[in-house]
Design a protein around this ligand. Structure first.
Ligand SMILES: Cc1cc2nc3c(=O)[nH]c(=O)nc-3n(C[C@H](O)[C@H](O)[C@H](O)COP(=O)(O)OP(=O)(O)OC[C@H]3O[C@@H](n4cnc5c(N)ncnc54)[C@H](O)[C@@H]3O)c2cc1C
Length: 491
């Protein structure tokens, strides 16, 4: 069997590898790095990513190591206020702080448990060759996924432009260990004339991430702990940091770029290879993981000849608008906060009052959580009838059932037909026609009826990625079959 090759063992490549490996495909994951990353990079796992990990049955590993955060603290000189995340409808109504190196460690372990592995020190040279130990050899694949980050060789080999621009000045990022706990139990954002600076608590005690604008032309190697403490004070971080050790230090520049193609023949781009943007709001890794999750159930169905090839076109038609939206929102937030820094007292005052409004607080919280990202115009979502309840194209919300939760049903894969108070008998032939691709579950519980505004005979089709694909307030077999026939192949 010719393997599916995944270039890059960052979060995107690893999600793709797990999703394909667990569905029985032969997967080859290559990465040019020496071995697993030790750098903390992205820290925030948002609600929707945790819901995906829930479906993948690995969320407990993250909850075990992560630090739950429910608010952000804003400072301006000696004034401060807390922005409390609003209550939202998810089993994970918080931001989970987990260093990216830890996230990757968990994903690699999961891949290995499934019998997969990463081939380290193996670099993709171009679309036909890899290099290992200084030797080049040919590489063959049935499909190739370019999850090889912002400087993607897959993207450049395809000659796809990465249009965009550098947004702003250079930032310094340091992971530090302080002499004693600092009391920063949530992300702290300092607005002052020097710009915006942020301190994140890392899960281990006395460990923090510090980010601030860096205008001085100082080489990082020449930066002493003392210098870092002074720079932090100068940038408005009002408490002295008393650094014991600098664990990692780096500089970065904010860029906003996007590829306008995600599929060329049998080659895909996903994650940072396809889009990069400001880290404001910590959306980068989350969006990347969701790319991989959207792609791989489709690829599985097409490779195993259970779906038509056109299903793969919906990867780009669904994910490109999401990337565009995330780029726009993070750019706007970054510009507001950075432009605002010149009038920091005013920005601080406005923000304090805005987030005090329940509706605005909820909108910001929902934006961060990514649970509202939707595919409203996708050809894979169809409203059979107009009815109340969650809309097609949105991610399906969880329901606490008498035994277990609705999300438990999502773990088994395939399309899920949820029938409310209706015998499944009429639909038996769907299972015969599409085999494991379609499963039917009959629900009788009022908790489901309430959340999904379901009356007797109502049905919802949940896609393998937890999105609502089809809904109707009455079961019409021909309509439902028409929905599936549009992209699935009968056995
Ligand atoms: C300093 C820093 C701080 C960040 N902070 C945040 C944050 O706070 N919040 C947030 O959401 N995001 C943050 N990000 C961004 C986040 O890390 C990325 O969005 C995320 O890593 C994207 O995952 P990915 O798997 O798509 O790409 P990557 O994580 O970049 O993984 C790509 C992989 O491909 C490999 N590779 C590249 N080229 C080749 C090749 N030719 N052959 C073989 N392998 C190759 C690389 O070695 C790498 O392992 C940060 C990034 C950096 C650099």
């Amino acid at each position: 069997m010719t393997p599916i090759v995944i270039v890059g063992a960052g979060p995107t490549g690893l999600i793709c590898a797990i999703e394909l490996q667990k569905r029985g495909h032969q997967v080859r994951v290559i990465d040019q790095k020496e071995g697993p990353s030790t750098h903390s990079k992205a820290l925030a796992l948002h609600s929707h990513t945790l819901e995906i990990f829930d479906q993948m049955d690995i969320v407990d590993h993250f909850l075990h190591v992560g630090k739950r955060v429910g608010h952000l603290t804003f400072h301006n000189q000696n004034q401060r206020f807390n922005f409390q995340l609003a209550p939202i409808d998810t089993p994970y109504p918080f931001v989970l702080i987990v260093p990216q190196s830890e996230t990757e460690k968990i994903l690699i372990r999961e891949l290995e448990l499934l019998g997969g592995k990463v081939e380290w020190q193996t670099k993709l040279v171009d679309l036909k060759r890899i290099e290992k130990d200084g030797n080049q050899s040919e590489i063959t694949y049935s499909w190739l996924i370019g999850a090889d980050g912002a400087h993607s060789r897959v993207r450049s080999s395809l000659k796809l432009p990465f249009k965009g621009c550098k947004l702003l000045e250079t930032f310094l990022l340091a992971d530090i260990t302080t002499k004693e706990p600092h009391g920063f139990d949530a992300p702290n954002i300092f607005l002052n004339k020097q710009g915006i600076s942020v301190i994140f608590p890392l899960p281990d005690s006395c460990k923090y991430r510090v980010i601030f604008p860096m205008r001085e032309a100082i080489e990082l190697e020449n930066l002493e702990q003392r210098d870092l403490e002074e720079l932090a004070l100068d940038r408005g971080i009002t408490k002295g940091l008393y650094i014991e050790r600098v664990d990692w230090i780096s500089k970065f520049q904010i860029q906003r770029r996007q590829s306008h193609a995600l599929k060329v023949g049998n080659i895909f781009l996903a994650g940072d290879a396809a889009h990069i943007h400001s880290p404001m709001g910590g959306q980068g890794m989350n969006t990347s993981i969701q790319d991989g999750y959207n792609l791989c159930w489709k690829l599985d169905l097409v490779i195993s000849e259970r779906a038509q090839a056109k299903l793969l076109d919906t990867y780009a038609s669904e994910r490109l608008p999401i990337a565009k939206k995330v780029l726009r929102a993070t750019t706007l937030a970054t510009r507001l906060l950075l432009v605002g820094s010149w009038v920091s007292k005013f920005t601080f005052f406005i923000m304090k009052h805005l987030v005090g409004h329940k509706r605005i607080a909820k909108k910001i919280t929902l934006g961060l959580s990514e649970i509202e990202l939707e595919y409203p115009t996708s050809s894979l979502v169809v409203a059979g009838t107009k009815s109340a309840g969650p809309k097609v194209g949105k991610r399906a919300p969880d329901v606490q059932l008498a035994s277990g939760r609705l999300f438990d049903y999502f773990k088994e894969g395939g399309f899920l037909v949820l029938l409310f108070k209706k015998s499944a008998e009429d639909l038996d032939h769907l299972c015969e026609k599409y085999g494991q691709s379609v499963r039917i579950v009959v629900l009788e519980e009022n908790a489901f009826a309430k959340k999904y505004a379901a009356e007797s005979n109502a049905l919802y089709v949940i896609r393998p990625d937890g999105y609502i694909g089809f809904k109707s307030n009455q079961v019409k077999l021909a309509q439902l079959d028409g929905y599936f026939l549009n992209f699935l192949l009968p056995l």
